[in-house]
Design a protein around this ligand. Sequence first.
Ligand SMILES: [Ca+2]
Length: 399
Amino acid sequence: MKMTVLFAAAVLVTQQGGVDPRPPNAKDQKPAFEAQTRAPEHKTNVVFDVVTAVEGIEKPWGLTFLPSGKMLVTEKAGRLRVVAKDGTLSPPVSGLPAVDARNQGGLLDVVLHPQFASNQLIYWSFSEPHDGGMTNTAVARGTFVDGAEPRVENVQVIYHQAPSMASTMHYGSRLVWNRDGTLFVTQGERSITPGRMQAQQMDSLLGKIVRINEDGSIPKDNPFVGKDGVRPEIWSFGHRNIQSATLNPSTGELWEVEHGTRGGDEINIARKGKDYGWPTIAYGIEYQGGPITGGITQKEGMEQPVYYWDPVIAPSGMLFYTGDLFPAWKGSLFVGGLVTTNLVRLDVKDDRIVGEERLLKDVQPKPERIRDVRQGPDGAIYVLTDNDKGRILKLVPKP
Ligand SMILES: [Ca+2]
């Protein structure tokens, strides 16, 4: 009996391919093109050490590097902290507006302005509280003042996702600077059905990636500027919940990974004015089982994901590696896995995924959900773990 089960499992893995031995949730769905899912496993066999750079950070969410060699790290509960080179955490940076930290909400991403060295501006995203438990994703900026009691000054909330919803889920959000100096804000559709149904509705900012200027104004060359009934902030639409995004350094395009339901996490290249399909088309099935919307995965006029996972990884954090410390990983795309508690490495060729590898599978103590992944100025890979006593792990080559 045991032999039979093992044999059956082995056959299944062979048929399905890819790194994940689990069967798909949507057994009858077919990818739109070869290797759109379950790309062949590609082990790079890079030998590296995992160093705990910092520990004791409560539910860290976003991480960025200051020119001084220090780091800024957000804690979901609403605290921003400065991490000294020796790993000590500052008191919370004062001056940030309140967040609604229920459920998936809180203080989320943090980035420096491209000219931070001269203007000391930092930007962060968060879930903004309103009366009656209504919330929305928002983006603020402020002048960062370091010191024994660090603070932000001249704080302005430059973007509010609208409408606010009575939901504590699917806020997105990552902040990514475009090469032209505009800022992409990736968002979610707030999970509840009335939110989900707005992801392709153009008078709503739910389920959209928006593109704004550094002061929150609208770039004149946004795709829907001047169109009646369409929010001019919109860059792309039909998204579910995007917690991973970065520019592809070789093309300058915005890559993102969004959470699907059971079996629909997907990588997209978010292009100007395009419709990414949610909730009309989707891979996977509903959480409670059964088809999503009409149960279709393709439709004319809607973009196909570059890649999808069924079962899901629950993605958060994203990085194209460009450093010199790991030559074998140059050009690799890294994505954090919350559910899979590992770091996903992908081989990218001509805007397609051609190989997959799972790293950090053996990091103790388990489980260590991966919330963010960044490249440090030293070329090391930094990983945030999503725990009450979260850590910043640093991947360095073994000496
Ligand atoms: Ca999609």
